[in-house]
Ligand binder design. Structure first.
Ligand code: ASP
Length: 313
């Protein structure tokens, strides 16, 4: 039994999509869709009545933090927002001491973002028995709710027959927890084909891309695909010299409207945000008719409602 699912078989934390059964993923997607369709049950606003949750973010975030807060509010939870930049983290307090102190205030749900791989799992292992931890992004490892909202967005656009779909994942795969969780979700759902496209320096060093076609040329990677999952070029990596210049990156790996014509005529474009406009994606694509970027954000609230309800209600 893993930390996510202890002996009684009930999902206790959500730390990764790696190894999560297809049925569990589909159940969360279906529940999120029901919230979106207004079929969330009698009164979803009472589901977490009297339960307190805290967004425990040690790294910056716009979408993930606010959408978890919005999701918790919509389920009737009390929501506390912890911000590392204005907290005793600056005095050297550890993440674990921070969690234990907030737990002592009666908080039962923690939504954790941290730059260290494994941070959410470490906190989950140390948490009290009734506490649930949701990983909202740890290092390069996992961002499970992003993976879920991405496949929900794809399912809405292209239907549930993932085996018939071809997807290209383009950009800084090496540093991307979004790509990692997205791949785990796509595989669990039986995706037909995944093409990975990145400069060699931005390809992962482990076996993440096993079973994917690694295609260096963006035009070839896009040929006939149903969906393009764009990734943010983590510009902080420029310092490591992995990318020669933003101009060169855009020329070789930037998604423009002209390039997108190589994909299937009704292909859709996803991006987790924040977007580097003019680097990995042009304005024309980001704001164009194929872009599902804001749909992803909308779906993110519903997916996070489904996750919080499953762990805490
Ligand atoms: N917002 C996403 C994350 O935190 C994607 C990114 O930052 O590139 O992983």
């Amino acid at each position: 039994m893993t930390l996510q699912t202890p002996e009684d078989g009930r999902q206790r934390h959500l730390l990764t999509l790696d190894g999560l059964p297809r049925a569990a993923i589909v159940a969360l997607l279906d529940r999120a869709q029901a919230f979106l369709d207004g079929h969330g049950g009698a009164d979803p606003r009472r589901a977490l009545d009297g339960i307190a949750v805290c967004t425990l973010f040690f790294e910056p975030s716009t979408r993930t933090r606010l959408s978890f807060q919005r999701a918790a509010q919509r389920l009737g939870a009390d929501v506390l927002a912890f911000d590392a930049s204005t907290s005793s983290t600056n005095k050297g307090e550890t993440a674990l001491d921070t969690l234990r102190n907030i737990e002592a205030m009666g908080v039962r749900g923690f939504i954790v973002r941290h730059r260290d791989d494994g941070a959410a799992a470490m906190l989950a292992a140390a948490a009290r028995p009734g506490t649930a931890v949701v990983n909202a992004g740890d290092g390069r490892s996992a961002h499970p709710t992003q993976g879920l909202l991405d496949v929900l967005t794809l399912r809405q656009a292209k239907g549930g027959d993932f085996a018939r779909r071809r997807v290209a994942i383009v950009g800084d795969i090496r540093h991307s927890r979004v790509a990692r969780s997205g791949l785990h979700a796509l595989r669990a759902l039986g995706i037909g084909e995944v093409r990975a496209c990145a400069p060699a320096a931005l390809l992962p060093e482990d076996g993440l891309l096993e079973g994917c076609a690694v295609v260096d040329d963006l035009d070839a990677a896009l040929e006939g695909v149903d969906a393009v999952f764009m990734l943010r070029l983590q510009r902080e990596r420029m310092l490591e010299g992995l990318v020669p210049s933003l101009e060169a990156y855009h020329r070789d790996y930037g998604l423009t409207a002209a390039r997108l014509r190589r994909a299937a005529p009704d292909a859709v474009v996803l991006h987790p945000g924040p977007m580097n406009r003019g680097v990995e994606i042009s304005d024309e694509v980001a704001d164009g008719p194929r872009s599902l970027v804001l749909k992803q954000v909308e779906n993110g609230v519903a997916v996070r409602m489904a996750v919080l309800e499953a762990l805490l209600a």
